[in-house]
Design a protein around this ligand. Structure first.
Ligand code: MN
Length: 205
């Protein structure tokens, strides 16, 4: 068994003008594909070759850097593509907005906190909105291709939203302006998916 690149649920140019077509095409067909190829090579002919992705991610810290980085890369990018949508609708009032108000005060304050962790991640990594093991929403960030599901994550939780702050995710369009890229991201968030992830996370607690 080997991992394969998931088909994007939209065209490469669907997220214009926020995420440009060239970046999306390279990000998906080259960067994401490379994580998958390298992951397949890393697990080939090992005891992990039939493992599922979630189990590799959960014990990533014990598997060596090749599996940790590339299993994380595959998981994180698959999650990101599913988070984004053309013509995404604003968040409407539901149990998720209640939880956001409880944790952050308002959606605007959540966006500020999320942008803050995305901006302050030095070098490459990801910013996250998670449900922590106590059932509360929190923002956090991870280096490289780590994520909050990994045994090595300093702050663990079920991811609801993640933003890729590697330069390959934004440099062609935004160059050094990471803040503009993070602002643009909010126009693409599919809140229906985020709400479904929130419900699924709560059902496990
Ligand atoms: Mn990326």
């Amino acid at each position: 068994m080997s991992f394969t690149l998931p088909t994007l649920p939209y065209a490469y140019d669907a997220l214009e003008p926020y995420f440009d077509k060239t970046t999306m095409e390279i990000h998906h067909s080259k960067h994401h594909q490379a994580y998958i190829t390298n992951l397949n090579n890393a697990i080939s002919n090992t005891e992990h070759q039939n493992a599922n992705l979630d189990s590799l991610v959960a014990k990533a810290g014990t598997l060596g850097n090749a599996i940790r980085n590339n299993a994380g890369g595959h998981w994180n990018h698959s999650f990101l593509w599913e988070t984004l949508k053309k013509d995404a609708k604003p968040l409407s009032d539901n149990v998720l907005t209640v939880a956001i108000k409880s944790a952050f005060g308002s959606l605007e304050e959540l966006k500020k906190s999320f942008s803050q962790v995305a901006m302050s991640r030095f070098g490459s990594g990801w910013g996250w909105l998670i449900v922590n093991p106590q059932g509360k929403l929190a923002v956090t960030s991870t280096p490289n291709q780590d994520n909050p599901l990994m045994d090595v994550a300093p702050e663990k939780g079920q991811p609801l939203l993640g933003i890729d702050v590697w330069e390959h995710a934004y440099y062609l369009k935004y160059q050094n302006r990471r803040a503009e890229y993070v602002d643009a991201f909010w126009n693409l968030v599919d809140w229906d998916i985020v709400r479904k992830r929130f419900d699924a996370a709560n059902s496990k607690i």
